[in-house]
Each structure stands twice: as structure tokens, then as C-alpha cells.
Design a protein around this ligand. Sequence first.
Ligand code: ZN
Ligand code: MN
Length: 253
Amino acid sequence: MIETVRMAEMSWPEFAERVKHDPVVFVPCGAFEQHGPHLPLSVDILLPTGVCEAVAQRTQGMVAPALNYGYKSMPKTGGGPHFPGTLNLDGATLSASVRDIVRELYRHEIRKICFIVGHYENQWFVTEGIDLAMRELGPSALRVMRLEYWDFFPPELTDKVFPGTHPGIMLEHAAIMETSCMMHLHPELVRVDLIPDNPPADFPPYDVWPAHKEWVPSSGALTSAKAATAEKGRLMMEHYARAIAEAAQGEFG
Ligand code: ZN
Ligand code: MN
């Protein structure tokens, strides 16, 4: 039997044994959000979970249960809250959840934690939660990392993954990157016949409340996902696993 990296599959004695080796605990930070007509609502949970598992396997780490809800979907980065099925948390709720998870892992002798964010809007609220926990714990041996996995996208893959003129990573919601990674990790969850091919959204450089739904392409994908392939997903996921494992080992030793 291959040793699992998922805390959810460990018994308490197995967890306690693993903790003795001072592992890094990776925490996927997701969201429950529309991802076009072709992908499930759980993409932002499944992708960082996949990254966390691959990185944990390379680093003898463990993966905590994912945060399945995230900060509010915004029209310009996630399509916005008007899409059926998108379930959002207030920022304070997300920050408090992150703070509590840090506190609980620390209570169980974990001293190395890495939050891997898979939903753009989460970034500052996850940061706040970590910071609140660090302030509460005071001087301690605890070290925490936070990252967005797509920041590890290798420039040398740009031409291969994004053919022609690429509208930029900001429009990569339910588009080539996420669709390709899902085709690689969870092909059974991708409705290939429904992959959208709409032109890139043309957002102004500001937000408004109430939101203008008409800013957002009706598919929910912020640009075309037509060029997505499982092979691109494999290349990206393998690179993320390698590069993030290297960064974590660099920080945590
Ligand atoms: Zn997403
Ligand atoms: Mn998202």
C-alpha cells in the first residue's frame, strides 16, 4: 500500500506518527464557483488539491482537507456571484477559518504550513488569516508559506499553452489553463462538447456595485477555452509540482 498524503485518509495514530517527522502540511484554498458550461463548480478546489497532493508526494508532506468555499467571486476574475451555484464567503469568515486552521495544526505540533490558493479572490483573506494566527501565537517555531499556484507558470511554456495572442492570465478563468489542468487531472468531469469559444472579455479598469452582468461573457469563461488539451494540463501540473516542491523545500529545508 502506498502511503497516503491525505490527512483525510489517515487514522489518528498514523497522523501522530507522521507528525514526528516534522512534515509540511499543505492546505488547498478553494472556492465553489461557476467555471463555464464545461467544468464543474469545484474546479478551484480540485486544482489546488491536485497541486498540493503532487507537492506533498515530492516532499514527504501531508495535505489537509481543502477549504471548499472562498471569498466572493468577482465579475472580472471569476464571473461574479450571479451565476447559479456560486457560493461565496464573506472575507472575515474566510480569514477566521484560515486563522483557526493554522491554530489547530500548530496545536498538533505542525510547524510548517503551506497554503496553496486556487481561487484568485482568496489571496488577501488567506493572508489575513495567517497573519492573525501568527500574531495570536506570538514568537514560535511556526513557519507559514502562502502562494497562488499559477504564479509558478513557466514563461517557456507560454507559446505552447497559449497559441496566438494571449489575453493575459487575468482572463484565465474557466479558460485554457483551468480546462487543460482539469482534462489532465479529472477528464471524467470535463464536458468536452461544451467547451466555450467566446472572445476575451473586455473589462474596464474598475469594478461597480451592483455589478454589470453584461460585462461578463454569458458562458462564464472569460476567454476561449478551445485550445485546452490534457497534454497542456500535464505539462503545467508537472511543472507546478516540481517548482512548488522546490520552493517549499527551499523555505522549510
Ligand atoms: Zn478557477
Ligand atoms: Mn476562482
